[in-house]
Design a protein around this ligand. Sequence first.
Ligand SMILES: [Zn+2]
Length: 137
Amino acid sequence: MPLIYIDYEKIGNKKVLTIEYTGFEEGFIESILSKRNIHYEKEGRTIIIENAGKKQVKKILIENGVDARYIVTPGEVFSFKYILESLSMKRSTKRVCPRCGSTNVRKVSFLSGWFTPLQFICENCGYVGVAFLEVEE
Ligand SMILES: [Zn+2]
């Protein structure tokens, strides 16, 4: 399920904002930040921003079309309905990566299947494709 996790972290004695996301196209969040002239660094898959607030970044993401339900910030109540939807989705079928056999497979983005063929990504090996085998759990 698509998720954006926004939190504060201490690096040295600096407090920075960190963003991690999954289920979106690679570079999706970065492109929004660039568009709004927000300077960021990347550490692996984590986006690091200095001098920014959680609420400010969340607002910017929502203004750029990100569904508020996908954004998780600690201390906030996560949409209960959304969790239930995700759980029931997970229970029915699982997709298996044809390359490594992992079931840690997600939709490439929440727009996938809408404008483009439904694409999936293996979170284990990074394989992207439409040919993921569906298995009953
Ligand atoms: Zn894989």
